[in-house]
Ligand binder design. Structure first.
Ligand SMILES: [Zn+2]
Length: 354
C-alpha cells in the first residue's frame, strides 16, 4: 500500500471502525505501521485500494427526493456543502460520524470559508483531511486556515496533485501550513477516510499539458469520485477540455454520478457534451461570483445543461448549497433563489467541446 494511503487510513478510519473485521484485516496486513502514521518505514507492498470496502449498488443511481426529511432517519448520512465563497470553490465533505474533509477552500476574501469551518467545528464537526484540487488561489487560500483545525500530528492529512509552485507565495503558505502532513495525490489512489465512503482520485496529470499558464494548472486538477451506496458525486476541480478528454477516454462508461461539480466554474472550456452524457448527473453545482472577471458561467455551458435536461445550482444565485444522502436517496438544499438560474454574463469566444 502506498505510504500516504496507509497513513491516511491509520489516521482516520481505523480507530472509528475497530474492531470490525475490516479494520482487523487491515491491521494484520500493516502490522505496527498504524502506531506511527506517517513513519518512513511503512511497507509499500500492498496493492492500492486494499482495505477499501466494496460499495453496494450501481453508483449514481440514488433517488433524488424533495427534502432531507425523506432520507432514512436510521441510515448513515453523507453530506457535501459547497460554500458560497465568491469566485472559487470551497467545499466540505462531512462523514456520518462527524469527521470531515475540506475540499478546496475558495479565495476566502471575505472569510466565508473560514467562518463556515469555524462554525461547523464549534457544532461538533472534526476536520481530519484537506484536499486541494490544484494550485490556484481561488481554491487553496481558504485551506491554509482550515489546516489549523486538523489534528496536530504528522499523519497524511493534506493532499494535492503535487505540482509545486515555488514562485507563488500563497501556494507556499498552504504547503507550509500543511508541513509534514502534506502528500501528493497519486493517480488511481483511493482515500479511506470513512469505511463506507470511497473517494477515488481519477485524474492527476502526468504533465501532458503546458504547465506555465492558467489552463495548464487547471488541467492538473485532481478529479475526485465520491461513492456512498448508490450515491455518487464527481468533483472536477478546474479541469478543462484536455483533462476532461483524458478522463473520458479512460473511463467514459464508469463516470455515472448523481451530482457533478462542474469544472472551472462553468467555463465554456469545460463540461464537454460527451462528459456530461457519461456522467448523466441530475444536478450540476457551480462555484461562482456575480459579477466575476471571467464571464462565468459561460452561456454555452448553461445551454448544454439545459439541452441535457439537467438541474443546476450556483453559489452566486443560490448561496451555500448542501447535498445530503443516505446512500439510497439524496436531497439538495440551498440558501436562496431557485435552481436553474439561466443568467450568464456572456458567451465565450473560444468555446471547446467534444
Ligand atoms: Zn478556480
Amino acid at each position: 500500500m502506498n505510504q500516504s494511503l496507509a497513513a491516511a487510513f491509520c489516521a482516520g478510519a481505523t480507530r472509528r471502525i475497530f474492531p470490525s473485521l475490516y479494520a482487523l484485516f487491515f491491521l494484520l496486513l500493516t502490522g505496527p505501521a498504524c502506531g506511527g502514521a506517517g513513519s518512513a518505514d511503512l511497507p509499500d507492498a500492498m496493492p492500492r485500494n486494499a482495505g477499501i470496502p466494496p460499495v453496494e449498488g450501481p453508483p449514481g443511481t440514488a433517488q433524488l427526493v424533495g427534502s432531507a426529511a425523506e432520507l432514512s432517519p436510521t441510515a448513515e448520512h453523507l453530506q457535501l456543502t459547497l460554500v458560497d465563497v465568491g469566485q472559487g470553490d470551497g467545499m466540505v465533505l462531512t462523514f456520518p460520524d462527524g469527521t470531515a474533509a475540506a475540499i478546496d477552500g475558495g479565495p476566502d476574501r471575505f472569510a466565508a470559508y473560514r467562518d463556515f469551518i469555524s462554525a461547523a467545528v464549534k457544532g461538533g464537526m472534526r476536520l481530519e483531511t484537506v484536499l486541494l484540487s490544484h494550485g490556484h488561489s481561488d481554491h487553496y487560500t481558504g485551506l491554509t486556515t482550515a489546516i489549523d483545525w486538523l489534528p496536530k500530528d504528522c499523519g497524511a492529512r493534506v493532499f494535492d496533485p503535487g505540482y509545486d509552485r515555488p514562485d507563488v507565495p500563497g501556494y507556499q503558505s498552504f504547503k507550509g501550513a500543511a508541513g509534514c502532513r502534506y502528500r501528493a495525490f497519486g493517480k488511481g489512489m483511493s482515500l479511506a477516510l470513512y469505511p463506507s465512503v470511497r473517494i477515488e482520485v481519477l485524474s492527476v496529470t502526468d504533465m501532458p499539458f503546458p504547465m506555465a499558464d492558467s489552463t495548464g494548472i487547471n488541467n492538473t486538477s485532481a478529479i475526485t469520485y465520491v461513492r456512498f451506496g448508490r450515491f455518487a458525486l464527481l468533483l472536477m476541480g478546474d479541469a478543462e477540455t484536455e483533462a476532461e478528454r483524458s478522463l473520458w477516454n479512460a473511463r467514459k462508461d464508469s463516470l455515472r454520478a448523481n451530482v457533478l461539480k462542474l469544472g472551472h466554474h462553468g467555463s465554456c472550456n469545460a463540461s464537454a457534451t460527451s462528459l456530461l452524457g457519461s456522467v448523466a448527473a441530475d444536478y450540476a453545482l457551480i462555484g461562482v461570483a456575480r459579477p466575476n472577471d471571467f464571464g462565468h458561467p459561460h452561456c454555452q455551458t448553461i445551454n448544454k445543461l439545459q439541452a441535457r435536461g439537467m438541474h443546476w445550482l450556483r453559489t452566486d444565485s443560490n448561496g451555500t448549497i448542501t447535498v445530503e444522502t443516505d446512500g439510497e436517496k439524496y436531497a439538495v438544499r440551498f440558501a436562496m433563489g431557485s435552481p436553474d438560474d439561466t443568467r450568464c454574463p456572456r458567451p465565450c469566444s473560444s468555446a471547446v467541446d467534444f
